[in-house]
Design a protein around this ligand. Structure first.
Ligand code: GDD
Ligand code: MN
Length: 374
């Protein structure tokens, strides 16, 4: 009988083939005679990262792999990785050697010796630094950090960190509430805990990526906003409704612009102008929602055409409901003043909720079981 691991290191990977061996070397250099394991969570990287891990695992049972198919997302990968472990202490670490592995022993010691829930590798406490970051990336990180302080009660100096170690109990405590959206799993954990967490930040210098490239892009920024929304108003409204409604608002401008061009510019009849404008606005909304709101269920090829048809049909019904309800209310209580505005808003609201609900089920139906959401 051998005992199970004391520490599990969870490493999310996407296209990190050339970093795996070096990362393992570095970790072997710091774990000493500790009982440890490493769990790679790979989202079916096209570069064959999973195959590299499997090959190395043939010679070492402490190397494990969770291979996810048709899935993407750093936070989600970390969550599944943590759930795949049993160790009382779990660390999250990037595969690209940007996180300083020498912190691992110190993190574990702190968790074992002090009354802490979580220990964080921080670039913003004395002795830490972001290393060789471009000015633009530093600015982006500062903005994101500033934003997080609106929703985060803890005085975390580096809430954007993706390098930390926590007790198993904390995972069990928050896992059902995690949003699982985007990159910022640490922030997600802090916002999902229903009590102030006992944390400690240890300084380190963010390393330079040598092989492969960063997956940080504008989508990650969008997802960050979505995650913050989900953790704040998401308790009351479905998260996707927010971008959906926002895009709907943009659609109104598109509608008006097209109507203006046709009716005023080309002097078509109002009905023709209005009909074409509605179709253009719906098409515009369909594509934007497909890009952003339903990024993870994005329709492609023929699915795109089918999706567009169902979206326009659903939204046409929504428009009829909108006008019908607004008109009914408007006549039901001729209260003067701003009653017409209230009627219009009620119509818009009903229409928007209808459009959202129907297209969520028919246009972007979830194929596989929905990811970490309740
Ligand atoms: N499984 C999986 N799925 N892993 C992913 C995905 C994904 O969709 N996207 C990225 N990863 C992995 C990468 O392979 C890498 O190991 C790690 O997550 C971090 O991704 P990078 O692309 O290297 O991110 P970064 O260096 O820009 O961001 C780092 O800095 C942030 C702080 O500013 C990460 O450490 C973040 O966690 C951290 O918050
Ligand atoms: Mn990186």
């Amino acid at each position: 009988m051998t005992s199970g691991p004391l520490l599990s290191i969870v490493v999310p990977t996407f296209r990190e083939r050339d970093n795996i061996a070096a990362l393992l070397d570095r970790i072997l250099g710091v774990v000493g005679d500790l009982r440890w394991e490493i769990v790679f969570v790979d989202d079916d990287s096209p570069d064959g990262t999973a195959a590299v891990v499997r090959r190395l695992a043939e010679d070492d049972a402490r190397i494990r792999l969770v291979h996810r198919i048709h899935r993407r997302g750093l936070a989600g990968a970390c969550i599944e990785g943590m759930l795949a472990t049993t160790a009382p202490f779990v660390a999250i670490m990037d595969a690209d050697l940007q996180h300083d592995e020498r912190l691992i022993a110190e993190m574990l010691r702190a968790l074992q010796d002090e009354p802490l829930d979580i220990v964080i590798g921080s670039r913003h406490v004395g002795g830490g630094s972001v290393g060789a970051w471009a000015e633009s990336r530093q600015l982006a990180s500062r903005v994101a950090t500033r934003l997080s302080h609106f929703v985060l009660k803890a005085d975390l100096k580096d809430p954007m960190s993706g390098f930390f170690m926590l007790r198993r109990e904390l995972i069990d405590e928050v896992v059902r509430d995690l949003s699982g959206i985007g990159f910022k799993i640490l922030l997600d954990i802090f916002m999902s805990a229903r009590r102030p967490l006992r944390f400690k930040e240890l300084p380190y210098t963010f390393g330079v990526r040598v092989a492969g490239d960063s997956k940080l892009d504008s989508m990650v920024a969008t997802e960050y906003i979505l995650m913050l929304l989900d953790k704040t108003i998401g308790r009351y409204v479905p998260t996707r409704f927010i971008p959906f409604a926002f895009i709907g608002g943009l659609g109104v401008f598109v509608h008006m612009a097209v109507l203006w061009a046709l009716f005023r510019g080309l002097e078509t009849t109002f009905v023709a102008g209005q009909a074409v404008a509605a179709l253009v606005a719906m098409t515009f909304n369909f594509f934007l929602n497909n890009l952003f709101t339903y990024r993870d269920r994005r329709l492609r090829g023929w699915g795109l055409l089918r999706g567009w048809v169902s979206f326009t049909l659903a939204c046409s019904v929504g428009a009829v409901a909108n006008v019908g309800i607004a008109t009914y209310l408007f006549h039901a209580a001729p209260a003067g003043g701003l009653w017409w505005v209230a009627s219009a808003v009620a119509g818009i609201l009903v229409g928007a909720v209808w459009n959202y609900a129907v297209t969520a089920v028919y246009t972007w139906s979830p194929k596989s079981p929905a990811p970490a959401r309740r």
